[in-house]
Design a protein around this ligand. Structure first.
Ligand SMILES: NC(=O)c1ccc[n+]([C@@H]2O[C@H](COP(=O)([O-])OP(=O)(O)OC[C@H]3O[C@@H](n4cnc5c(N)ncnc54)[C@H](OP(=O)(O)O)[C@@H]3O)[C@@H](O)[C@H]2O)c1
Length: 253
């Protein structure tokens, strides 16, 4: 069987970076992409992968990514792994900065869709394959200060669901992975405008938070079960988190 291939977005940090390493270790050929070239260079030094700088909010940049993938993988692709995205701010609806909401929509929804549009012909040319969208439990329930991110991730969920309906009859599965709290280096730092103390508080007292490698392993699993099996929604939380707003802290779990 041919070596499977994947384009992984969000590869410069956190879950995306871990996913590139996990898939590469599992024998996949991976094209890793994000905006920060230096981070991609250091990833390529650690994992066997190709890299390409791309801003998923820019149509020309994503078109270049698709060209790079087509050349690298001979016009075929096994999996599109959409991980790039994130949250900006924890503002209440009444006072929220709508530019941040717009930016979250641009990356999580439009960026993910743009990448998927550009790469789907390569998956079709492969004869079978998968599209992964990394949403969030924020897509499933609102929380105070979460509305902008809740809305963006819920919209991304709807892209996944509609795409699955539109692809029915083709051997292309659409896999949504919705994590709760995952302790990564940058997610909360970016969300909280670089406030390291506030970012640390998000995970304070949680002995065993999810980490990027947990999600990477789930991506690998979902991509390597037999092709007729579609794990269409995987919701995953740390045991300490029963709901978006309900986290047991200082309890050793
Ligand atoms: N951590 C959590 O608790 C959690 C929970 C549920 C879901 N998620 C979701 O999981 C994904 C990854 O989260 P993470 O924790 O790994 O966060 P992260 O470390 O901040 O990773 C975000 C990634 O997205 C990339 N990115 C952002 N904007 C981009 C753009 N315009 N073009 C291209 N790449 C862009 C970043 O790379 P560059 O800055 O180099 O471009 C970075 O690699 C996100 O979609 C997030 O919403 C996270």
């Amino acid at each position: 069987m041919n070596q499977p291939t994947a384009v992984v977005t969000g590869a410069s940090s956190g879950i995306g970076r871990a996913t590139v390493k996990t898939l590469a270790q599992a024998g996949w050929r991976v094209l890793a992409t994000a905006r920060r070239a230096d981070r991609l260079a250091s990833l390529a030094a650690e994992a066997l992968c190709e890299t390409h700088v791309c801003d998923i909010t820019d149509g020309d940049s994503v078109a270049d990514l698709a060209t790079k993938a087509a050349v690298a993988f001979g016009g075929r692709l096994t999996a599109i792994v959409n991980i790039a995205g994130g949250a900006l701010g924890v503002d209440a609806v009444e006072t929220a900065d709508l530019d941040k909401w717009r930016a979250m929509y641009e990356t999580n929804v439009l960026g993910t869709t743009r990448v998927t549009q550009a790469l789907l012909p390569l998956v079709r040319a492969n004869g079978f394959g998968s599209v992964v969208l990394l949403t969030s439990t924020a897509a499933q329930a609102a929380y105070q200060g979460g509305a902008g991110y809740n809305a963006a991730k819920a919209a991304e969920t709807m892209v996944a669901r509609a795409l699955r309906l539109e692809l029915v009859g083709e051997p292309i599965r659409v896999i949504e992975i919705a994590p709760g709290m995952v302790k990564t280096d940058e997610f909360s730092l970016v969300r909280l405008d670089g406030d390291a103390d506030a970012a640390a508080q998000v995970y304070a007292g949680v002995a065993f938070p999810l980490v990027a490698e947990d999600i990477a392993d789930i991506v690998r699993y979902a991509l390597t079960v037999p092709q007729h099996v579609n794990l269409d929604l995987i919701t995953v939380r740390p045991v300490a988190q029963a709901a978006n707003h309900l986290v047991a802290r200082g309890r050793g779990v």
